[in-house]
Design a protein around this ligand. Structure first.
Ligand code: MV4
Length: 451
């Protein structure tokens, strides 16, 4: 096992990795920007290195600064958290060249998963259902029109190197396709190193369901069930839960079997998430792989009892999944996470600032992952996540009741947060009955905000 690891991140996820390392008896090195000098990840790590100014391009995203910090502190491995350098294949490569273990997939796999059509192709070959689409990048409007005619409208244009919804265009008819293709190509050319665009069948009002995987360096893969992530606004998830209220045991088992085969074929290593869309018929279709630990990983931890971050570190140290997991994966009860953001409840504008008063909820079945404290400051330079409030119950009804009381007891003074919005969603009848999809927030926002 490693003696010392460096955490190339900040905020709640940096603290989360410090917790996992402490549980394993591993020393930790924090890195921080000048804006994060007084952050809890700096305070609770064994050592801390300032790596640059507030702007992340010159600190948390600066590969030479992060690598230097690892070298001067003799850290043997780097955990990238989520965001920042977590899916940067070049960073993983530089770690390797510097003799530092990157706690994540190999650079080759990260690169391949970043190319959406390539990922789609390997999934399809292993029997994971994918949407009908163009197998290669589109080379002309004529070619795109041919595919779209074959598949049937509506279709969606996506950037091969995109993700998270950037640069997508929905096409409803042949007339509008050439223009939308040109727009998508321009946008992708400006935003990504690979300008390619492909198309696939468009699903309106899908549910967003994702599967958590763990894979070791000996070719073993396990899938830890799914998460329901449909409650989102503009590609920012607000609420995640596990299991999905609409997943049947049979569909889960079929999907898990296909995913194990696919991930073994790819040579996937470490933790990862495989995203799917579910259509109105309840069919799942692969969309992309996230080769990192995700914000919403705690809901899976709560229903499996498995520490995913600790598992990541043990996998990177060469341990076998059978030794890490100690028996079959069991899905137990129901977990829900609310992302508490520093944002205006009506405009959603980020609201950084000083937290003048704070009460974190607790009690049975409640977990709070956060790096905030009274008189602490949320800086304007990074994302606006203040805390993740996670609850667990024997069933979904108990989990919702616990989320309501925990939100009621969650006090954050000095800044606006999404707590009031989350609390209202918990009272929504369609949320309670599990009757929702990715259009839920857009459809309900006006009426939710009125009450
Ligand atoms: C889609 C889709 C409908 N049909 N693909 C958005 C993020 C990116 N990961 C994929 N996304 C979508 N891909 C097809 N073929 C609808 C979306 C989508 C979406 C997906 C998941 C969660 C929220 C979403 C919000 C809008 C659109």
């Amino acid at each position: 096992m490693f003696q010392k690891i460096l955490i190339a991140n900040r905020g709640e996820i940096a603290l989360r990795v410090i917790c996992a390392a402490k549980d394993l008896g591993i020393k930790t090195v924090a890195v921080y920007s000048e804006a994060d000098r007084h952050s809890l990840h700096v305070r609770f790590a064994d050592e801390a290195v300032c790596i640059g100014p507030a702007k992340s391009a010159r600190s948390y995203l600066d590969i030479p600064s992060v690598i230097s910090a690892a070298e001067i502190t003799n850290a043997e491995a780097i955990h990238p958290g989520y965001g920042f350098l977590s899916e940067n294949d070049r960073f993983a490569e530089v770690c390797g060249m510097s003799g530092i273990k990157f706690i994540g997939p190999t650079p080759e796999v990260t690169r391949m998963m970043g190319l959406k059509q390539k990922a789609r192709q390997v999934m399809k070959e292993a029997g994971v259902p994918v949407l009908p689409g163009s197998p290669e990048a589109l080379t002309s409007a004529e070619e795109a029109l041919d595919y779209a005619a074959k598949i049937g409208y509506p279709v969606i244009l996506k950037a091969a190197a995109g993700g998270g919804g950037r640069g997508m265009r929905v096409v409803h008819s042949a007339e509008e396709l050439p223009n939308l293709l040109a727009q998508a190509q321009n946008e992708a050319g400006a935003a990504f190193t690979v300008p390619d665009i492909y198309l696939e069948k468009y699903i309106g009002a899908p549910r967003h369901i994702e599967f958590q995987v763990l894979a070791d360096e000996h070719g073993n893969v396990e899938v830890l069930g799914e998460r329901e992530c449909s409650i989102q606004r503009r590609h920012q998830k607000l609420i995640e839960e596990a299991p999905s209220p609409v997943m049947s045991p049979q569909l889960r088992e079929e999907t898990i079997a296909a995913l194990k085969k696919a991930l073994k074929a790819i040579g996937y290593r470490n933790a990862g998430t495989v995203e799917f869309l579910m259509d109105e018929q309840g069919k799942l279709y692969f969309i992309e792989v996230n080769a990192r630990i995700q914000v919403e990983h705690p809901v899976t931890e709560m229903i499996t009892g498995i520490d995913l971050v600790k598992s990541q570190i043990r996998i990177a140290a060469g341990e076998r999944l059978e030794d890490i997991l100690e028996g079959p994966i069991r899905l137990n009860g129901h977990a829900i996470e609310c992302r508490i953001n520093a944002e205006h409840p009506e405009t959603f504008a980020p609201c950084p600032g000083k937290i003048t008063g704070l009460n974190l909820p607790g009690g049975i079945g409640v977990r709070v992952d956060t790096a905030v404290y009274t008189d602490g400051v949320i800086p304007p330079y990074y994302d606006s996540l203040v805390a993740k409030l996670i609850v667990h119950g024997r069933d979904r009804t108990e989990a919702i009741a616990r989320m309501k009381r925990a939100l009621d007891m969650f006090v954050v003074e000095g800044i606006y947060t999404s707590i009031p919005l989350q609390r209202k969603i918990m009272d929504d009848e369609d949320f309670a009955s599990g009757n929702f999809d990715t259009t839920f927030i857009a459809r309900k926002l006006a009426s939710i905000q009125k009450h």
